[in-house]
Design a protein around this ligand. Structure first.
Ligand SMILES: Nc1ncnc2c1ncn2[C@@H]1O[C@H](COP(=O)(O)OP(=O)(O)OP(=O)(O)O)[C@@H](O)[C@H]1O
Ligand SMILES: [Mg+2]
Length: 456
């Protein structure tokens, strides 16, 4: 059983911590008192009231640690308060108006989260999918939960170059089935309506002109394995209709045959399109969508996980500069190059970064530090033309708020709150240094924090 840290906050009964700890001990959970936000740690936060102190604690630790919030107040938490706890960093919320007989529901949750996080950090995942940002970790947890907890179909959505295919392959690699079959890719952008039946289901000899021999289709080849429908958003509606039964029942007939065949496969699909919008405008069938989207994962664009730019760049440099292709070269990057890499926009996401790094490595010679001269003139930013701030991701966030109809006051208030939160994070919670970083007085920062009111 993994161990967890525990914190009691708000107006808890005097004897409650002792009784809670006894309960946890009986459930096999070993606890420590020192909160930590190390990635992969487990935390239990027992609280009497949903106040600012609690939310600050969750925000401080929830990015790295997996937090279970337990309300021991007599009044039930409103649904708004529960969502605020989740948004602030809790992974789940339990309500204990009276102490239950066992803490098994806690130990089950902690064990499950621990297993999932251990897989996120395992070499099988970390060696091919690079990322260290909290946002990346959250999306990997969701992929891994989908893979190990269910056999349902998975739909991966995300912009081009964000790693959808890598994730589909990972889902196959982590699939715990014994005598696993193959990973079979069907690229839906290249299917011709005439030959798609044969492509998916195979055909009998002589089934149509040119069918000189029998052939297996993707459903047969993916038996006991994974069928990956890449760019599923490009599949014309008539082909979606043809696939409905096969996807639902895992049964199909070869073209030219009357016999039903079975294929026990996991279906994974990927698209950069918004399929729900496709349903609304009639280009995508709702019945097909619900069959392919048993579980959904969204790959994040690089602008939403800028912390991953340098780890990814280092990963690609190691691959490119290492003579054996192994991780035996640890690249040293000049700070000016690091700054350039982080500040740049990546419309093509990780693929874009990979190509840029490839160009840098090709120009680099003589070993040693990667320097600004290794950046090709075409890649260099024109001085003054692309200020570090506000960058395009900032503009995109404001545009989204404006499109959602959020008012000016709310936008500035939320931006200020986030700036305070992030400055405190950067300065390890030190209020004076955070105030200096933001160019305000300590007192102004204190007042600002006090005015950020907790929900009822
Ligand atoms: N997290 C990651 N770690 C390492 N490499 C990555 C990661 N994400 C993407 N890549 C690399 O970026 C490139 C694009 O990845 P992939 O083909 O999986 O993206 P995609 O979302 O399927 O793109 P598209 O929509 O254009 O098909 C590949 O070279 C892949 O190796
Ligand atoms: Mg792809």
């Amino acid at each position: 059983m993994p161990s967890a840290w525990i914190v009691f906050t708000g107006s808890c009964d005097a004897g409650l911590p002792e009784r809670c700890l006894a309960l946890l001990k009986r459930a096999g959970v070993s606890v420590s008192a020192a909160p930590s936000d190390e990635p992969g740690t487990l935390g239990v936060v027992v609280f009497g009231a949903c106040d600012e102190e609690l939310l600050t604690l969750l925000r401080r630790h929830g990015d790295g640690a997996m937090l279970l919030a337990i309300c021991v107040g007599a009044d039930p938490l409103s649904s708004a308060a529960q969502w605020t706890l989740i948004e602030s960093g809790a992974r789940d919320v339990l309500q204990w108006p009276a102490l239950p007989a066992t803490a098994d529901e806690i130990s089950a949750r902690l064990q499950h989260w621990f297993r999932v996080d251990a897989l996120v950090d395992s070499p099988a995942v970390a060696s091919c999918l690079v990322g260290t940002s909290p946002a990346w970790r959250r999306s990997m947890r969701s992929v891994i939960e989908a893979t190990v907890s269910t056999s349902s179909s998975v739909l991966i959505t995300g912009e081009s170059g964000t790693g959808k295919e890598l994730i589909a392959r990972l889902i196959h690699d982590l699939d715990p089935r014994r005598d696993k079959g193959e990973f079979v890719v069907v690229d839906c952008t290249t299917l011709s309506p005439e030959l798609s039946g044969s492509e998916f289901f195979g055909h009998e000899r002589g089934a149509f002109t040119g069918a000189v021999g029998a052939r297996e289709g993707a459903f047969a080849l993916a038996h006991k394995g994974t069928l990956f429908l890449d760019e599923v958003g490009e599949l014309p509606p008539e082909l979606q209709a043809r696939l409905l039964r096969a996807v639902q029942e895992r049964q199909y007939k070869r073209v030219g045959s009357n016999t039903w065949q079975r294929s026990d496969l996991r279906l994974v699909s990927a698209t950069h399109r918004d399929l729900e919008r496709g349903i609304a405008d009639g280009s995508f069938r709702a019945d097909f969508y619900y069959r392919i989207a048993g579980w959904q994962c969204r790959t994040l664009p690089l602008r939403e996980r800028k912390d991953d730019v340098l780890p990814l760049a280092r990963h690609f440099m190691r691959e490119l500069l290492s003579p054996t292709g192994g991780p035996d070269v640890e690249p040293t990057i000049d700070p000016a190059v690091c700054e350039f890499l982080v500040a740049r926009d990546y419309p093509g996401n990780v693929r874009d970064l990979r190509q840029l790094v490839t160009r840098i490595c090709h120009r680099h010679c003589g070993g040693g530090v990667i320097t600004v001269g290794d950046i090709a003139p075409e890649d260099r930013a024109v001085p003054g033309a692309s200020p570090l701030w506000p960058d395009n991701s900032f503009r995109a966030a404001i545009r989204a708020a404006v499109q959602l109809g959020i008012g000016m006051k709310d936008i500035s208030q939320r931006a200020t709150e986030l700036a305070v939160e992030m400055a405190l994070e950067c300065e390890g919670g030190n209020l004076q240094r955070a105030a200096a970083r933001l160019g305000v007085t300590d007192r102004a920062l204190q007042i600002r924090r006090a005015s950020q009111r907790a929900p009822a």
